[in-house]
Ligand binder design. Structure first.
Ligand SMILES: [Zn+2]
Length: 498
């Protein structure tokens, strides 16, 4: 008898749900009707045609059933179109002008100003509605980015990375400024003689540094394991004790520890420690650098296996390699797509003798063919590692490292689309590429309560495309509209001025 009443109740409830249409009274609404919704919470996609309603900056309704709406709202007919959550790039640097050093920026304030005004729009142009700045950023830089009329949501890792004293990337700054320029450097006993005495070691312990980073409003701590590249002398790297302390302190402050590293030595060290995120892929195969491009040495596989087992976030950043290689390519700057995201005058400056400075620095002793051979080999290894990880259920995070060096080869937004294409070329399936740029990044960086998927209560960061990104990678270049915090923008309105 009890059971009968219960089933009757369930039937009645189901019936009343059907009868009662949800009533939405909007004051500043957006209604996207009849659109194919592509979103996931767990990596499995089950696209369906449905309806999504935004009120102010939040998603308040998402369902197969048509909602009943009243009040003030804009309606978009999504028939034949697709929506995905706004894309998240978890490795960018918005503090530089691509292809320039500080002295160039000083010499050309107009170019710098135009670039900084266009840059947030360029990210949005390719659907990137959230950026995580993985390096030093000042309060002024954050404020000036946020003053732009339309921009992605910006998260950061504080005033400077947690680099060990005199290690990467502090080593790039002249000795007399480098400590001031990296206020969150870590004191290391082996470097004691090379640290000016005015810096109190007590202010540069992992705990003191992570506390400062936390207080600056950061969501993550960026650290580095880099012993040097391109003929640099051997750089100091963190000890296991330091990296473990950084990890513990980050976690006790609710922060994520993401670490630069792209060599076998770095990846195996960081996998052993069990950091949260590897900010780059494993492409520097060291003693295995000359193995055939289709063979994965056992030692490398074991490191990748450990990363898979510990579910460490792996950020391929394949455009680091491609964006440097691009400097050897005469045709790179002539791509029509670049005119949509790079101000015209800056694009012209890149083509001048002065604008070619980094290309000359890197490649004056090589011809284009030699450059492609060297970089092609490194990229093939990077892709092979990524394919192995993807095939074996690693936690892949989308990140570009835009720009990874003072190269004009990594342009805002454009570089993200390029990275997506390279991931596909490496053999990562389209569903995994989309989740890497949405829910995976959101979860790992603790942002999933507000972004990363299309769900009731989440922030309305949405991309509307005319093609299906689970069917073809080029769909990411068929964006029609971008919704950021409920604000609807047409893609063409984000283009750089001609
Ligand atoms: Zn970086």
């Amino acid at each position: 008898m009890k059971k009968n009443i219960l089933s009757l109740l369930i039937i009645l409830q189901a019936f009343s749900c059907k009868e009662k249409k949800e009533e939405l009274n909007l004051t500043k609404g957006l209604y996207i009707a009849n659109v194919t919704i592509i979103s996931t919470e767990d990596g499995n996609y089950d696209p369906y045609v449905g309806h999504l309603v935004v009120e102010k900056d939040k998603i308040i309704y998402i369902d197969r059933k048509e909602p009943s709406i009243s009040g003030i709202f804009e309606k978009l007919d999504g028939t034949g179109k697709f929506i995905v959550p706004g894309l998240i790039d978890s490795h960018v640097h918005i503090t530089e002008v691509q292809g320039m050093l500080p002295h160039h920026m000083e010499k050309y304030p107009e170019l710098t100003k135009e670039f900084n005004e266009q840059m947030p729009k360029s990210y949005l142009y390719y659907g990137f509605t959230t950026l995580i700045n993985l390096g030093g950023i000042s309060e002024e830089q954050i404020a000036s980015f946020n003053l732009q009329p339309i921009k992605p949501d910006l998260y950061h890792t504080g005033n400077s990375g947690a680099s060990v004293a005199n290690g990467y990337p502090m080593n790039f700054a002249p000795e007399q400024y480098r400590f001031e320029a990296a206020p969150n450097f870590i004191f290391m006993e082996s470097e004691a003689d090379n640290i000016p005495v005015k810096f109190d070691p007590a202010n540069h312990t992992p705990k003191a540094v992570v506390d400062r980073i936390k207080n600056s409003g950061a969501i993550a701590v960026k650290s580095y394991y880099e012993s040097g590249f391109r003929g640099m002398s051997k750089l100091p790297v963190p000890t296991k004790r330091i990296m473990n302390e950084l990890l513990d302190e980050s976690h006790s402050n609710g922060l994520v520890l993401t670490v630069h590293g792209n060599s076998l030595e770095a990846h195996s060290f960081l996998a052993e420690v069990g950091v949260d995120v590897l900010a780059h892929g494993l492409w520097n195969w060291e003693k295995y650098k000359d193995v055939p491009v289709d063979s994965l040495p056992l030692e490398i596989r074991k490191t990748l296996d450990l990363q898979i087992q510990k579910q460490i976030g792996y950020t391929p950043t394949l455009t680091v390699i491609a964006g440097e290689e691009a400097l050897a390519e005469d045709t790179f700057l002539n791509q029509p797509e670049l005119t949509k995201v790079v101000p015209k005058k800056l694009l012209e400056w890149y083509k001048t003798e002065e604008g070619q400075w980094f290309a000359k620095d890197l490649f004056s002793e090589y011809n284009a063919e030699e450059v492609h051979e060297i970089y092609g080999n490194i990229q093939a290894h990077a892709m092979l590692a990524l394919k192995y990880l993807s095939d074996n259920n690693a936690l892949i995070l989308f990140g570009t490292d835009t720009p990874s060096a003072p190269t004009y080869g990594n342009q805002p937004g454009h570089n993200g689309y390029w990275e997506l294409k390279l991931m596909e070329e490496a053999g990562v399936p389209l569903n995994k590429i989309l989740s890497s740029a949405t829910i995976n990044n959101a979860k790992v960086f603790h942002l999933d309560s507000s972004i990363g998927s299309l769900n009731k209560g989440k922030k309305a960061n949405i991309v509307l495309l005319s093609k299906n990104p689970l069917k073809e990678i080029e769909a990411y270049n068929t964006i029609e509209k971008i919704i950021i915090g409920g604000k609807l923008t047409k893609r063409e309105d984000l283009e750089a001025k001609k």
